[in-house]
Write a protein that binds this ligand. Structure first.
Ligand code: KG4
Ligand code: ZN
Length: 331
């Protein structure tokens, strides 16, 4: 089965062609226009998607060596995300589906992230525990099959990526903050400061990162002016606090639900300490571990096409009446 997939939920336009679980092309066009505004401007994001989507569709299909004749279904992200951005992708997908008489397969963006670890590890056993960590989401999920999962916990305030971004801002470093902190942490001492591990002792699988951000704010206020060494030590200690609590709850869930595999997904899964710690803890416990490569960690259409095809094979069908759902994770 060959699926043409479109993702426009936020500020990246992406088109992919996925055939029988293999990614033939996965093109991502980002939007530097937001850099000057210090955050994503929804109206500009929609307009940039409108500009990018046509040429990207052409290039993605050309790279995959396919024409519309080879496409069996059109998959598209219908939420969550920015309403205007979602509308661009979903209307293009509907137009193609109507014009070429193909089935339309709506896909939930976070669900696609959940399964992104399976793209390159399709033999990974179910059930598994997936930790989804991005700039907007932090969820721990028990994954039973491509169509069945249970959300065990969520963040109660900031997402993990948001914590990295806010700490980076407090330290006068750039956005997105995760890569800056990851890099500088390598030069610092992770035990230089003990920052809060939110909800670490709580029996739930929920997370909380707002206390950490506040602790760093007070620490920076009292310690200014900061030297390069201070900054590196703060980065290493903050990263250790975030990774500690993410890994601890992930491993606890893996033990409680007796799974054989653990996956990590979303932008924060690029974090080197998080990947290394999860990999070594899983090895100690005899669990398989999968972390998607960088292009499947960020927002991408390959994960949309991959999940759509798995669900189509399992009998799920969409229809042309599907609408966008800007908010919420189906739990
Ligand atoms: O999934 P994503 O690309 O976008 C959405 O949130 O939808 O995630 C972006 C987030 C940002 O908060 C960024 O700081 C974080 O992922 N991130 C990282 C790293 N690379 C990106 N966080 C920690 N370490 C990294 N190496
Ligand atoms: Zn995402």
């Amino acid at each position: 089965m060959t699926v043409l997939a479109i993702e426009t939920s936020c500020d990246d336009t992406s088109v992919a062609v996925v055939r029988d679980g293999s990614v033939l092309s996965n093109l991502i066009s980002s939007q530097p226009i937001h850099d000057t505004w210090g955050g994503i401007v929804p109206e500009l994001a929609s307009r940039e998607h409108v500009k990018a989507i046509g040429p990207l569709l052409h290039a993605g299909m050309q790279q995959a060596g396919v024409t519309m004749e080879h496409i069996d279904a059109i998959a598209v992200t219908t939420g969550p995300g920015l309403a205007g951005s979602l509308l661009v992708g979903s209307h293009v997908a509907k137009g193609l589906a109507i014009r070429h008489g193909k089935p339309l397969l709506p896909v939930h963006h976070i669900e696609a992230h959940i399964y992104s670890g399976y793209i390159e590890h399709q033999s990974l056993p179910f059930p598994s525990i997936c930790l989804v960590v991005s700039g907007g989401h932090t969820s721990l999920v028990l994954v039973r099959s491509y169509t069945d999962y249970v959300v065990l916990g969520n963040t109660r305030d900031d997402a993990a990526g948001e914590a990295f971004d806010k700490v980076s801002k407090l330290l006068g470093m750039g956005y997105p903050g995760g890569p800056h902190i990851d890099r500088l942490a390598k030069q610092g001492a992770p035990d230089a400061h003990t920052f809060p591990r939110g909800l670490a002792k709580d029996a739930s699988y929920d997370f909380s990162f707002s206390g950490l951000k506040t602790a760093v704010r007070y620490h920076v206020r009292d310690a200014e002016p900061l030297t390069d060494e201070d900054r590196a030590n703060i980065c290493a200690s903050v990263q250790r606090a975030i990774v500690d609590v993410l890994v601890m709850k992930t491993m606890r869930a893996a033990a409680e639900y007796q799974v054989h595999a653990v996956c990590v997904a979303g932008g924060v899964s690029a974090n080197s300490e998080l990947r290394a710690t999860l990999a070594s803890r899983c090895a100690e416990e005899g669990l398989q571990f999968a972390a998607p490569r960088a292009e499947y960690c960020v927002d991408n259409a390959a994960m949309i096409g991959f999940l759509a095809a798995q669900r189509y094979a399992a009998g799920e069908r969409g229809d042309l009446h599907c609408t966008i759902q800007p908010r919420g994770l189906r739990a």
